[in-house]
Design a protein around this ligand. Structure first.
Ligand SMILES: Cc1ncc(COP(=O)(O)O)c(C=O)c1O
Length: 376
């Protein structure tokens, strides 16, 4: 299995798009046709990555911008007394846009809680949270700091049974394993290409029929078709070409994967997840064995993402030390604002996040553990 980090392919695709010449869409000349073709192939690639319909792939600058946009469109029909459910496990980008939209509509916000001891977001609590006034349930497919993978299918199933829509944040989950929006039951699934070796663009995937029911703010002459209706202004066409190359790269991670790109993506991401999980066992076992380290979260299903503090050191000091050893980690709340509050660490600089993906190997993990051990 070749789990190599092949960034050259993405760079080459972006460069080739510029070299071939790209104009804006809608023109009578070849450079414009190329822009249209790139956009369509990007929709197809993202759809293959997550098991969606290319006609329901909305492209945009990043997940946060797209989520504000979808919240604006969805909330147009919310009324006073309607309910919106958010979770304390989520990145703030899948919390605040919904709270602010709910406030404007007079809708009530209800919270799904995290068990601080385990980091789980128990799905059972949604039975009591969801009611006949629930319009939307926003939940993450994986925590970006403690990696918890909630039972999204159970949650979206309850939402659907009550006539509510679900908006699933797949930004952290997508690079860590195979995704199938149908099995997740997500009405909307958000992802960001820069998390899976692609350029800085985001996408929201929904069914075209669902998108047809929504009326976002838009310019009069801009296309009213779906999904174009949701896309503002001129996209970064070359970056869209880069996102296609990133999906092709992921589809090729497993040498043995065969068939259409969707099949190869699923096989490759399944192999990547197994690889990451094996390494994560070494990483989390090593961190938990150090007396000067505290790790957060131990959900039954989680991505290969460790969140930890070191006794006597601030998360910033730990990150600085690791950077000096050429180990790149994030420190702080990582926008997991509610969760770091629940864990009681937000006021003290939160923690350090060390994540593994398909291109990491055992030597990376050992190097990280040695560097953390030096702080003991
Ligand atoms: C789980 C999660 N959701 C949302 C976001 C925000 O994504 P974007 O930077 O594309 O707005 C991030 C970014 O790190 C994230 O990890």
């Amino acid at each position: 299995m070749a789990l190599a980090f092949d960034v050259t392919r993405v760079r080459a695709a972006i460069s080739a798009a510029y070299q071939a010449g790209i104009g804006n869409s809608g023109g009578a000349f070849p450079a414009s046709a190329r822009a249209v073709a790139i956009t369509q192939s990007c929709r197809e690639a993202v759809a293959d990555l997550v098991g969606g319909d290319p006609g329901g792939v909305v492209l945009g600058p990043n997940m946060t911008t797209l989520t504000y946009r979808m919240a604006g469109a969805l909330a147009r029909t919310w009324r006073a007394g309607d309910q919106v459910i958010v979770s304390r496990l989520d990145h703030d980008a899948n919390v605040r846009p919904w709270i602010q939209a709910a406030e404007r509509a007079g809708a009530v916000v209800r919270w799904a809680e995290v068990d601080p001891a385990t980091g789980e977001l128990p799905a059972a609590q949604y039975a009591a949270l969801i009611g006949d006034r629930t319009r939307l349930v926003a939940v993450t497919a994986a925590s970006n700091v403690i990696g918890t993978r909630p039972d999204v299918a159970a949650i979206t199933g309850m939402a659907r049974a009550a006539g509510a829509l679900s908006y699933v944040d797949g930004v952290h989950a997508t690079p860590h394993g195979p995704v199938d929006v149908g099995s997740l039951g997500a009405d909307f699934y958000a992802t960001s290409a820069y998390k899976w070796s692609g350029p800085h663009i985001g996408a929201v995937v929904a069914s075209p029929a669902m998108l047809e029911t929504l009326l976002p703010d838009k310019l009069v002459p801009a296309p009213d078709s779906v999904p174009e209706r949701f896309e503002l202004g001129t996209p970064p066409f070359a970056d869209l070409a880069g996102a296609v190359a990133a999906v092709d790269h992921l589809a090729g991670l497993d040498d043995a994967a065969a068939g259409q790109r969707r099949q190869r993506v699923v096989a490759s991401m399944t192999a990547a997840e197994a690889h990451e999980q094996r390494l994560f066992g070494v990483l989390i076992g090593g961190l938990d064995a150090m007396r000067h380290v505290t790790t957060y979260g131990k959900a039954a299903r989680r991505t290969a993402t460790a969140f930890f503090t070191v006794a006597g050191k601030t998360p910033q000091q730990v990150a600085d030390h690791l950077a000096s050893r050429k180990v790149n980690v994030w420190n702080g709340d990582n926008y997991a604002w509610e969760l770091t509050g629940v864990l009681g660490i937000r006021e003290t600089g939160s923690a350090v996040r060390a994540g593994l993906v398909h291109y990491n190997d055992e030597s990376d993990v050992n190097h990280l553990l040695e560097a953390v051990a030096e702080l003991g």
